[in-house]
Design a protein around this ligand. Structure first.
Ligand code: NAP
Length: 291
């Protein structure tokens, strides 16, 4: 499954939506807050900011030092909540130790929570209300499955990973009426993961463990979505490492009917869905203001 191709379609549609709003005097704005200088977080933030600019959105990246206090970050988020030009707020995780991420997530206005991590949005996802925001990675996986016309109704889906960012919302989406999958969630305490994956029509791997899923763990014809992004040492690469997923691509592709590569699978979808969420936030805000 080609995430780059599907994501580019999403981005085209988002850019058209942005242009429409701009013509009505509203420029969707995404503000990204980066605390500290973790290189991986800085790279994610750069690509999010670049993509939002390409979409024609406004917005900025607020870079705060690693020594930022919780009170300072709270003030920044409150200012963004109050700013009518800001439609989406994203605080890049992880945050430094002195800051309680749960407090920050709960502080973001749910209507601007384009990451979909606020408990209000998590709750809406769980009860099937569609006016919240769905976390971008599982939303991107759902779009890939739809684009490739993967039959989910009655399918057995095995999700590996139970994080609040990927595994749990993924399972919640797959089990919703209309999607209608039968979902098994595996995690680090699961006994014999292979026994579950071998009965799966769809496997979504989101554990952050390179090579966790191998071809012999898959049923022939299974659909495999690899969310994992793991750095493995690679002396041949200029960076000294390369990115791999949780799935051993070479052995899995022999068995799977569809599989996402890493990179070029779920990653581009995540950022495209962030853009879509930001557009939707701006459209809702425009509707409320009668624009
Ligand atoms: P996380 O918070 O570390 O959660 C990992 C989950 O996997 C946990 O539930 C953990 O179980 C489970 N797990 C760990 N090792 C396992 C094993 N050997 N067998 C079975 N389950 C295992 O990670 P995350 O934020 O969900 O991210 C997961 C992966 O996806 C990472 O590689 C991350 O980089 C990647 N990711 C990619 C994107 C993208 O856009 N492509 C976006 C987000 C995340 P316990 O709960 O029992 O500890």
């Amino acid at each position: 499954m080609d995430g780059r191709r599907v994501a580019s379609g999403v981005r085209e549609r988002v850019a058209a939506g942005v242009a429409d709003l701009v013509s009505r005097g509203i420029t969707p704005g995404l503000s990204v807050v980066l605390v500290g200088d973790d290189p991986a977080s800085a790279a994610y933030v750069r690509s999010k900011a670049k993509c939002s600019q390409e979409m024609g959105m406004a917005g900025d990246t607020i870079r705060l030092p690693a020594t930022t206090t919780q009170a300072d970050l709270v003030k920044v988020v409150q200012q963004l909540n109050a700013d009518p030009g800001v439609h989406g707020i994203l605080v890049q995780m992880p945050l430094p130790k002195q800051i309680d991420a749960d407090v920050v997530v709960r502080l973001i206005d749910p209507a601007k929570d384009v990451d979909g991590f606020h408990p209000v949005n998590v709750g809406k996802l769980l009860i099937g209300e569609r006016d919240g925001f769905v976390p971008c990675t599982p939303a991107g996986v759902m779009m890939l499955l739809r684009e490739y016309k993967v039959q989910t109704s009655g399918a057995h889906c095995v999700v590996i990973g139970r994080s609040n960012i990927v595994g749990k919302p993924m399972a919640a989406l797959l089990v919703q009426p209309g999607v209608d999958a039968t979902v098994t969630v595996c995690h680090s305490r699961t006994r014999d993961i292979a026994a579950h994956t071998r009965t799966a029509d769809i496997v979504v791997a989101a554990a952050g463990r390179a090579g966790l899923v191998t071809g012999d763990m898959l049923r022939p014809g299974a659909v495999v979505v690899d969310v994992g992004m793991n750095r493995v040492d690679d002396a041949a690469s200029p960076k000294g490492y390369r990115l791999v997923g949780d799935v051993d691509f070479e052995s899995a592709r022999e068995v799977a009917s569809l599989i996402t590569p890493v990179p070029g699978g779920v990653g581009p979808m995540t950022i495209a869905m962030l853009m879509q969420n930001t557009l939707v936030a701006a459209q809702r805000s425009a509707e409320q203001r009668g624009a």
